[in-house]
Design a protein around this ligand. Structure first.
Ligand SMILES: Nc1ncnc2c1ncn2[C@@H]1O[C@H](COP(=O)(O)OP(=O)(O)OP(=O)(O)O)[C@@H](O)[C@H]1O
Ligand SMILES: [Mg+2]
Length: 882
């Protein structure tokens, strides 16, 4: 320390800052010791000595002199050995011995301190880089002191955000402490920033593992806008040089799919030794788990990251490179699986925020969701909203309403109107007819897809022309506008109540459907009414998908009708409606997709239209036995969510993810606003159902000693005797006249309620979405024996309410149908049919059904030939691009 309390390093740095040459300063300190005043005096004398007889080589170049500006203070030596201060000098003077490295400075390096900014955009070799950000240099010490301040300045500079959110702070603090971190935060909460900031803060590279190329592409584009260089690698990357450049450290953020990261272990190790890797971020990490909704086997192999990037394997590392795993949809079981599968450290910091999205308004509606007549009923409001916005003409409005009111509306009966006002009518024709309006382009029109479920896309689902994104200057006018509109979602109950009275703002809609075919059918239907709608599913041409993405982000599209292929991570702030048209496959998928709505914090609607009279059964086609079981379990949870009539929807959703919902109710969902149905005392019915089941299962079940978990011999026997719920309901109808007309749908709801109470359970080894082979439990038998309690008050569930509603239009529950379930009515009807003198009615019926079979087959032939024509057209068009 010198007399001013400065260390020798600080004395050196200060003198260099003042503009003295590096070598002179070192010589001065060597000569007079670490004293600032003495060294300054020495340098002054040195200057005089030199001005008298120094060689020109020791003088600073004249070009620097003119740059000195204010720095050439009168108090400082005015001679030529002073030169402009450079951060490189400072680092060189204090840096450790150089290591040999190759590579480039990142093209959009964004150093923290102001003076480092001079370097952005510059290309120099990595030797300089390693001086700036030496791998084993304790940059963390430098950053740790006031990292929050530095982050805020980066946030403002690049993203125009004023501060970090608490969970983002926590995640960054864990990373600074070299800890692994699992971030569980709601959709749209800003998880990406947790792994983007470390790249900006350190100048090292952040490697992000992401499941979809479309998602990587989206994020790279955004980063480029924010002035951060990024690229993605993988089979979707057409430019082979991008990978080499990335491995030499030219991009701050490198997105890779799991397959690629596994292939690139060695180059990544070299990158870690060169520019350095600040962090491995595993986004959408629920894909690791078999118990999650979107399992990707390659995600499980990511445990190699821990092995290959630990300090004990890579000697140049002081600490293991931290892992940061992020998701918005992980149940407790999935979380445990993630930690274990990725070999995350025992000290992994778990950062968890509420999964609650207070500005989302959830509701469930019954719909057959199967034909244009249901589309007409369910989408009339949507069509009105979008078409009214553009077309003020009364005529059009009337036409739409008339058409939509016609519930007998057949699949072939609607006319395609001019629609798609933004485009040239000629260009729209066949595309619109086929629901592919996105690209205005003449790409293709299809109705050729099988009824496929999009399970998941392979990582190379997306081909893009360019995979590198150079950070360009941030913030165009439009972006700024977008940002200023983002608000904090209402967390206080009174704020949420206020939302109730606000209309939805304008913005796009995403309709999620289970099958690829439906994406086309619904997009076609909506386009027919003039809505700018487009289909999106994994089997459509990449060029079309790209176009949909583009137009969706540019607000040119009003509605995207998609399978789950258009889900994870999509970050568009003003999506106002998410419609699920048909049962989703899990609540995780549902919440993930619903999470695309209202990311600007404003009110948004999430509506599930599902056929509440049918038990869903559509499952992914490729799955193991284990996965099948899990898939049924998840589908079952989803079904129960739809059937629920008594508990706030948001509460069910967040509790599904293991969160204690602290708000009681969201105040916005259909059940919070419309209220719950009246409770009913179903003691008699419940008693009856449990009794009939218990009686059939054998007298042992009525025995006091029965234990539903341990009695294996009974269980073996019962598999022989298993009756399904339908059979029990028939028995009840046979035995009790009173219940002859109570349909199966109603009993199905009651069975679920009894199962929920623990009175009956599934006897089958398989998992069923709805209890199928009921057997009584010990609790159920106790319920039968209980004499005192004569009430069993419950809320009827959605299917029970539907069956009680006489106006139900679905055929399975018509009086005619019900009649056949009644043995007496059935006997009478059969008798009457036999008695017809010439069986005329029977013949007439046969004729009718033959005619309808013929017409069906004609239709299907026509469809097939249409299909062939369309396919031909598509192939012809696609061949042009080959
Ligand atoms: N600190 C912040 N201040 C203000 N807005 C922020 C902040 N961090 C993130 N955001 C906003 O949050 C939006 C969503 O961010 P991001 O895409 O990272 O969400 P996510 O949590 O990854 O969601 P998902 O789970 O759906 O992928 C961003 O577009 C941005 O506008
Ligand atoms: Mg995300």
């Amino acid at each position: 320390m010198d007399g001013n309390g400065l260390s020798s390093d600080e004395v050196i740095a200060k003198l260099i800052e003042m503009g003295f040459q590096n070598s002179s300063v070192l010589e001065a300190v060597k000569a007079v010791g670490p004293s600032f005043d003495d060294a300054l005096e020495y340098l002054s004398n040195y200057s005089h000595r030199n001005s008298r007889g120094a060689s020109s080589s020791s003088r600073c170049s004249t070009s620097n002199e003119k740059n000195l500006g204010k720095r050439t203070l009168s108090s400082l030596p005015s001679s030529g050995q002073l030169r402009q201060s450079s951060i490189l000098d400072h680092f060189q003077s204090t840096a450790r011995p150089k290591k040999r490295r190759t590579g480039f400075l990142p093209d959009a390096l964004v150093p923290v301190e102001e003076h480092k900014e001079d370097l952005s955009g510059m290309h120099c070799n990595l030797e300089t880089m390693s001086e700036l950000f030496p791998v084993d240099c304790p940059w963390e010490l430098d950053i740790a002191s006031d990292w929050e301040k530095k982050v805020v300045s980066l946030l403002q500079k690049h993203f125009r955000y004023s501060s970090l959110k608490n969970f983002q702070k926590e995640a960054l603090a864990a990373w600074l402490a070299h800890q692994d971190c699992l971030v569980l935060a709601a959709t749209g909460s800003g998880k990406s920033l947790c792994f983007q900031i470390p790249a900006l803060l350190t100048g090292k590279v952040v490697v992000v593992i992401s499941p979809l190329i479309s998602l990587m592409h989206d994020q790279c584009l955004k980063l480029a806008k924010h002035g951060v260089s990024a690229c993605f690698l993988g089979s979707g990357q057409p430019d082979s040089t991008v990978e080499q450049k990335a491995m030499r450290g030219m991009y701050s953020i490198v997105y890779v799919c799991p397959e690629t990261v596994l292939r690139l272990i060695k180059p990544l190790q070299r990158l870690a030794e060169g520019r350095g890797i600040a962090l491995f971020a595993i986004d959408e990490v629920h894909c690791v788990s078999k118990w999650g909704h979107d399992f990707r086997p390659d995600y499980r192999r990511l445990s190699v990251l821990r092995e290959n990037f630990s300090a004990c394997n890579l000697k140049f590392l002081k600490y293991d490179i931290p892992l940061m795993a992020l998701t918005a949809t992980a149940t407790i079981r999935v979380r445990e699986d993630i930690l274990k599968s990725l070999c995350m450290s025992k000290e992994t910091k778990i950062v968890i925020t509420s999964f609650f999205r207070p500005n989302l308004r959830f509701s469930v509606k019954h719909s057959r969701t199967s034909s244009p007549s249901s589309y007409a009923k369910d989408f009339s409001e949507l069509i009105d909203i979008y078409v009214r916005k553009r077309k003020t003409g009364e005529k059009k409005q009337t036409i739409i309403s008339e058409e939509l009111d016609d519930t007998s509306y057949g699949s072939d009966s609607y006319e395609i109107e001019d629609s798609y006002t933004g485009g040239d009518v000629d260009e729209v024709d066949s595309m619109e007819e086929n629901g592919l309006t996105a690209s205005k382009g003449k790409e293709m029109s299809v109705e050729y897809l099988e009824n496929d479920v999009d399970v998941f896309q392979s990582v190379d689902d997306w081909d893009v022309a360019f995979g590198e994104f150079n950070g360009q200057s941030s913030w165009e006018e439009g972006d700024m506008r977008g940002l200023s509109e983002t608000i904090d979602p209402p967390s206080k109950p009174e704020e949420r109540l206020r939302l109730l009275h606000e209309p939805l703002e304008q913005g796009p809609t995403i309709i999620y459907v289970p099958t690829r075919k439906e994406t086309l059918r619904i997009a076609k239907f909506l386009s027919g009414f003039g809505v700018k709608a487009a289909a999106y599913n994994a089997s459509l041409p990449k060029s079309h998908l790209r176009q949909v993405h583009k137009e969706f982000h540019e607000n040119t599209l009003e509605v995207v009708v998609a399978t789950i292929a258009f889900g994870m991570g999509i970050d568009k702030s003003n999506v106002r409606r998410i419609i699920h048209y048909g049962w989703p496959q899990s609540l995780e998928a549902y919440y993930q997709e619903a999470g695309r709505a209202g990311r600007d914090g404003k009110l948004a609607d999430c509506t599930l239209y599902a056929n509440l009279t049918r038990v869903p059964s559509l499952l992914p086609s490729k799955r193991s036995e284990d996965q099948t079981k899990q898939a049924y379990k998840m589908l079952s949870d989803c079904f129960r969510y739809g059937m629920n009539t008594s508990c706030c929807r948001a509460k069910i959703l967040v509790e599904y993810f293991g969160e204690d919902f602290s708000y009681d109710a969201c105040l916005l969902c259909d059940l919070c606003t419309d209220g719950v149905p009246q409770m009913q005392n179903l003691k008699e019915e419940a008693d009856l159902l449990v009794r009939v089941i218990a009686t059939n299962c054998g007298s042992t079940f009525m025995d006091d000693s029965y234990d539903d978990t341990t009695c294996t011999d009974i269980k073996q026997r019962r598999s022989m005797e298993m009756l399904n719920l339908r059979a029990y309901v028939s028995k009840i109808r046979e035995l009790y006249q009173k219940f002859v007309t109570t349909d199966l749908l109603w009993w199905r709801g009651l069975a679920r309620i009894l199962e929920g109470k623990g009175y009956i359970q599934e006897a089958d080894d398989k998992i069923h979405v709805q209890i199928k082979f009921p057997e009584p439990t010990k609790l159920g038998l106790a319920f039968l024996r209980s004499k005192g309690d004569e009430t069993f008050h419950v809320y009827p569930e959605a299917d029970m309410l539907l069956s009680m509603n006489k106006c139900t239009s679905y055929s399975t529950f018509t009086e005619w149908g019900k009649g056949w379930a009644d043995p007496e009515i059935r006997r009478q009807r059969l008798e009457r049919m036999r008695q017809k003198p010439d069986g005329s009615r029977g013949k007439q019926k046969q004729r009718k059904s033959r005619a309808s079979r013929k017409s069906r087959s004609r239709k299907s032939n026509k469809n097939n030939s249409d299909l062939r024509t369309v396919r031909g057209r598509i192939e012809a068009k696609l061949s042009k691009y080959k």
